[in-house]
Design a protein around this ligand. Structure first.
Ligand code: KPL
Length: 301
């Protein structure tokens, strides 16, 4: 399969690198990382050591591919969709944090839109080098009624052929809410406490705080029509904390590197949706306020 990975950050580089063992992969990302990958290849260390040489470029315009996997931050989805629309991709699969990315992609692109979730832990250790910190899972499913499940099955088969743990879902919305609950729990708490994901393993106050944010999110998901129990969310948080215990969450990496975080698409989204649905989410509201307060103080864009 011809696969374009749009967003060569930590997750995009890890998945692109692993997929390039069995598929034609092009990474689209920023310098100096993609230049290094183009020259000397990509080195993955950690869970496994893998040296691969995927194609890498900063230019995602006018490309054609069987599949575009979008891994950019939620705030960059619109630009990614506009760029992809200049080319020809049969299917696009969002593997991003937060809600709303699939609708943005669908508004610009003609092909099949797939919604995916990923819990692989990774960190860019330097240009051309990604550290693989936790095995994780992928789920992929059709987004709109017109998006066919067969395409999701083909994509999952391609992921599995590269030894990735992937499954098809026919309830993509439910899986996105579940992933949102996991991110709403882990990301701001690890970022504020400056700890690795493993520090949220119960028992402990950080674990209780994270679980409270996740359970609140499950309540909003149910009010929104998703079927997501508190027990499922508790289990998912515990599982991801365990599987990615050595990972620094993407929000912690953003805070440490003084970058804008994805708080608006994660806890901020939960707060906005809760307001519309007349639900109360004090934990998510407090976490969003603290992270936004840090962003304002740090002067990040
Ligand atoms: O998605 C993640 C993130 O850091 O954004 C998890 C799964 C929590 C891994 O750290």
């Amino acid at each position: 399969m011809d696969i374009l990975i749009f967003g060569a950050g930590s997750l995009g580089s890890l998945l692109g690198g692993l997929l390039s063992r069995t598929h034609e992969v092009t990474l689209v990302g920023r310098e100096p990382h993609v230049g290094e990958v183009r020259r000397d290849g990509l080195r993955i260390t950690g869970v496994e050591t893998v040296d691969v040489h995927p194609a890498a470029t900063t230019d995602g315009t006018e490309v054609s591919a069987d599949l575009a996997v979008v891994t950019v931050k939620a705030s960059d989805t619109e630009e990614a969709a506009r760029t992809l629309a200049t080319g020809d991709v049969d299917a696009v699969c969002s593997l991003q944090n937060g809600m709303g990315n699939e609708d943005v992609l669908a508004a610009h692109l003609d092909g099949t839109v797939l919604a995916g979730t990923a819990t692989y832990g990774a960190r860019l250790a330097g240009p051309g080098h990604v550290e693989w910190l936790g095995r994780g899972r992928l789920t992929v499913g059709p987004w709109r009624p017109e998006d066919d499940v067969e395409t999701a099955e083909r994509v999952v088969a391609a992921f599995r052929a590269a030894d990735l743990d992937a499954t098809v879902t026919t309830d993509a919305r439910g899986r996105l809410w579940e992933k949102l609950a996991v991110n709403a729990a882990i990301n701001p708490v690890t970022a504020l406490a400056r700890v690795e994901n493993g520090a949220l393993a119960p028992p402990g106050e950080l674990a209780d705080l994270a679980t409270a944010a996740g359970v609140e999110t499950a309540g909003v998901a149910r009010a929104d029509g998703a079927s997501l129990s508190d027990a499922t969310v508790r289990e998912s948080i515990a599982e991801v904390v365990h599987e990615t215990e050595r990972n620094r969450s993407s929000m912690l990496q953003d805070v440490t590197d003084s970058r804008r975080t994805e708080i608006d698409a994660i806890n901020g989204y939960v707060v906005d949706r809760a307001e519309e649905l007349e639900e109360s989410v004090p934990v998510n509201r407090t976490l969003a306020t603290l992270i936004r307060g840090w962003e304002a103080g740090a002067g990040v864009e």
